[in-house]
Design a protein around this ligand. Structure first.
Ligand SMILES: C[S@@+](CC[C@H](N)C(=O)[O-])C[C@H]1O[C@@H](n2cnc3c(N)ncnc32)[C@H](O)[C@@H]1O
Length: 393
């Protein structure tokens, strides 16, 4: 979507939002000046989303859920968390262990998983949350405070990844898509990096020679692509995936690392049909393609190259145990039975509607994928029993 088109669909900013956006923009302008006129898109996104106290995720507005900017699967329905809990229970029930959730949003997934595990008598020894956003961590605390003491007392917030590797399950829903990424453009067969400058009173794209980690990453990933990409092709490369997976993987002694996100295997991700890439911004339930408006008060994301995730996992001594669509994962873990379970007719109708949103190909069922990474984990995984997309990676 072009810049002017995105403006026309976006609601105006409140005075508080204007103030925050101005403060974040000033910060980024300073960074651009200090860097000699251009910063990488990755740096721009890092500041726009995560600048302490100012960035989109750091500051105080409601972001996730119907009253925020976008809705995630745990917010669509507790059915999602109940299915995740069923997969966790399979790993925890033989020998116990703990759960670590990374980027826990409003805390709704944590609450649902704990309630469902309690019903099945397989509670984790603790439910740890690692959250970079102080605002979201306080929303999580408020939400989880409503749980009975036997559940809420198991929840702890970590400031960094645990030093002692854990046995159990690590879960991250829609965290990979929020890691800052670089942007690229192909011109006459040559790779350019799309950086960010400030010109004429606005942030603008500025193409330059790619920094060497990006050039190296592109040279190895593009060599494997089955098709030539057209001139003018733009896309994203997330160089943060490797260190992030390596860091999280090092925290797992044995068990499962479950990743949920929208994304594709590489051959579909870098495809001539996606000539403008996959970058999306979210503001008050509107999705658009301009990261330079509403800076600091809107979300910025891109789809995930799951081949990159799998490569990073293997390099970090993790095994790719499964890769399926969200629909296949939820069906295998029993969403249909759960949706049809007891309750009034109205409740069952409502749950059926929520299940459709999570499952249908035109909704969240196909675009969202689930990857299971494992370490020292032998037993089969129910969530990955209906489909196996690993060969597409
Ligand atoms: C798109 S939101 C998803 C939130 C939640 N998982 C859900 O599904 O509703 C991304 C979340 O990841 C967190 N996050 C982003 N980068 C992170 C990192 N490196 N470590 C921990 N949390 C992170 C954000 O603060 C936010 O809670």
């Amino acid at each position: 979507m072009t810049r002017s088109a995105s403006h026309s669909i976006l609601p105006p900013l409140t005075p508080e939002e204007q103030q925050q956006s101005l403060a974040v923009s000033e910060l980024i302008r300073g960074q651009i000046e200090a860097a000699g006129g251009v910063v990488s898109f990755e740096s721009f996104m890092e500041a726009a989303l995560y600048a302490p106290g100012l960035g989109y995720y750091s500051a105080g507005a409601a972001k996730i859920g119907a009253g925020g900017d976008f809705v995630t699967a745990p917010e669509v329905s507790d059915l999602f968390g109940r299915c995740v809990a069923r997969q966790c229970a399979e790993v925890l029930s033989p020998a116990g262990g703990e759960i670590l959730e990374i980027g826990a949003g409003t805390g709704r997934l944590a609450a649902t998983v704990l309630e469902a595990l309690a019903e099945n008598g397989v509670l984790p020894e603790r439910y740890a949350i690692l959250e970079v956003s102080a605002d979201l961590a306080s929303r999580q605390r408020a939400h989880l405070q409503k749980l009975p003491p036997a559940l809420r007392d198991r929840v702890v917030w970590l400031k960094r990844l645990p030093e002692t590797p854990l046995r159990g399950v690590i879960v991250a829903n829609e965290v990979l898509d929020a890691l800052p990424f670089t942007r690229i453009a192909l011109r006459g067969g040559v790779l350019h990096e799309i950086g960010v400058a400030f010109d004429g009173g606005a942030f603008v794209e500025r193409e330059q020679d790619p920094a060497s980690p990006l050039a190296q990453a592109w040279s190895s990933l593009s060599a494997e692509l089955p098709m030539r990409l057209p001139d003018g092709y733009c896309s994203e490369v997330c160089l943060r995936i490797e260190p992030w997976i390596a860091g999280v993987g090092a925290c797992l002694e044995s068990g499962l690392f479950l990743l949920f996100d929208y994304g594709l295997p590489r051959a579909h991700y870098y495809h001539s049909q996606r000539i403008d890439g996959t970058l999306r911004c979210h503001f008050k339930q509107r999705a658009h393609g301009d990261p330079f408006v509403n800076v600091g008060v809107q979300d910025i994301t891109a789809w995930v190259d799951f081949t990159r995730v799998a490569e990073a996992a293997v390099a970090a001594d993790l095994e790719v145990l499964g890769f399926v669509t969200q629909a296949a994962f939820l069906l295998a873990t029993g969403i249909q039975d759960m949706a049809a379970q007891s309750g009034t007719l109205l409740e069952r109708v409502q749950r059926a509607g929520e299940a459709r949103k999570l499952l249908l190909p035109g909704e969240m069922g196909e675009a969202f994928k689930v990857m299971a990474l494992g370490k020292n984990h032998e037993s089969p995984l129910t969530g990955f029993s209906l489909q196996d997309l690993r060969r597409s990676l």
